[in-house]
Design a protein around this ligand. Sequence first.
Ligand SMILES: NC(=O)c1ccc[n+]([C@@H]2O[C@H](COP(=O)([O-])OP(=O)(O)OC[C@H]3O[C@@H](n4cnc5c(N)ncnc54)[C@H](O)[C@@H]3O)[C@@H](O)[C@H]2O)c1
Ligand SMILES: O=C(O)CC[C@@H](O)C(=O)O
Length: 527
Amino acid sequence: MTKPRVLISDKMDPNAAKIFEERGCDVDVITGKTPDELKEIIGQYDGLAIRSSSKVTKEILEAATNLKVVGRAGIGVDNVDIPAASAKGVVVMNTPFGNSITTAEHAIALMFALARQIPEANEQTQAGKWPKNDFMGVEVTGKTLGLIGAGNIGSIVASRALGLKMKVVAFDPFLTPERAVEMGVEKADLDTLFAKADFITLHTPLTDQTRNILSAANIAKCKKGVRIINCARGGLVDEAALKEALDSGHVAGAALDVFETEPAKDSPLFGTPNFICTPHLGASTNEAQVNVALQVAEQMADYLVNGGVTNALNMPSLSAEEAPKLKPYMALAQQLGSLIGQLQHGDLTQISIEVEGAAAELNIKPITAAVLAGFMRRFSDAVNMVNAPYLAKERGFDIREVRHDREGDYHTLVRVSVKTDIGERSVAGTIFSNGTPRLVELFGVKVEADLEGNMLYIVNQDAPGFIGRLGTTLGEADINIGTFHLGRQEAGGVAVLLLSVDTPVPAATLEAIHNLPGVKRAMALRF
Ligand SMILES: NC(=O)c1ccc[n+]([C@@H]2O[C@H](COP(=O)([O-])OP(=O)(O)OC[C@H]3O[C@@H](n4cnc5c(N)ncnc54)[C@H](O)[C@@H]3O)[C@@H](O)[C@H]2O)c1
Ligand SMILES: O=C(O)CC[C@@H](O)C(=O)O
């Protein structure tokens, strides 16, 4: 088997390359490429490991003909076009915890730097001015910290602030009252936070809801003398409004690690008294960079080599322990999805995935994604488990997942049903003890078959002599039968035949089969 190839395109701790190699990948470290240069080489790679410099745009993804995974050594994935990656079937992963402590510590460091005006005091002291009377600071003890965003980093900032004997008021629409109690913070709405906070620190992603969350109007609602810290994303604070508020003295100090446009080289904020900044250094400690590099390399190699999915933003997670257990189920699910997709008639409205027995103990999300990948092949060859759920949603299909505790005739069963404007139909399969998937039911008829290669599906009225006539028709077309599976509802009733054949069945032979007495339907299938 050829080794997966990975490109590390941003500066990253060398441990990442080492891990890729140890885990069975070939790795190239090529940093500093322009988008056009990256476009030229990206087609050779199965994986792309990045920090924030590489922009994984739609154009880059279009050129990435072999790409399976993009791994961000860090949290924010604003430099990756996730919808385009999903549509292309490329998994996007990040490392959501590796740099959280480091970034939280940077926010606290900036809070102290603001409270005691350390950067300016340092500059003037080193200029020989000894400005002892010019820098009257404020204590943080007893002050209120307004926390906007109480996720991973926000909650670490809160715990450090509480340790400094501050009060913490948090605004986060997803913060539950129980979690607020657990964190020791007061949950508040934004206006209450503005009214109470002596310091405000931001820890949200940049979204339509959070863009300019500190707008001119909101800054005006803050206490006079508030100090603002942003170590999350540029664009959360309206930089022009912040400049005005610093100039007027309404805001006593502001510290930005992130800017609306980065690299920020000529911001109007530069040179403003009581303004300090760092060049997006939130995650820049040895510890954090080792953490995120190791983590991204482990996650990406795990996906490329074993199919494990961790911290993916566009695919359900699948641990390295789960992956081997789920592998036969995913093969079965894909085959069932493909079978029902090839046989489906009418306009589809709903797909249901039911798991029963041992299958009900498993993570159903990857099974669903595999069913959809098989099913959606009827629309495009470029479908996989990553993009199938998106494409299915795009087409408005109602996807249902049902877990049954009961064990039926089989110790484990996956059933896929479709609802269309002309009715409902289902297929079901099991996993044998040797791990092979097997179809066990097709549209209500018990029929056992391995779904692989070229197959022929025939529905006929059960009658003596039919199998002989079918064999002759195939023989005359020089088509060799591999396996033969027959199921029927009752003697003389409707029978279902599934045959594996060594070569594809041409249209003329299908037509001849269709014309045999008693045949209701004949279709060539491909797995
Ligand atoms: N400066 C840096 O170098 C650096 C380093 C790491 C992370 N970051 C950034 O820090 C931010 C926070 O990271 P995290 O790991 O804590 O993320 P997280 O997902 O754990 O937390 C984000 C929190 O924001 C909350 N949120 C979402 N919408 C909100 C809204 N409208 N108002 C208030 N809260 C809202 C969410 O509920 C969540 O609790 C991200 O933007 C990330 O990219 C920056
Ligand atoms: O890689 C970096 O230095 C910044 C990372 C940070 O912005 C993140 O979102 O994790």
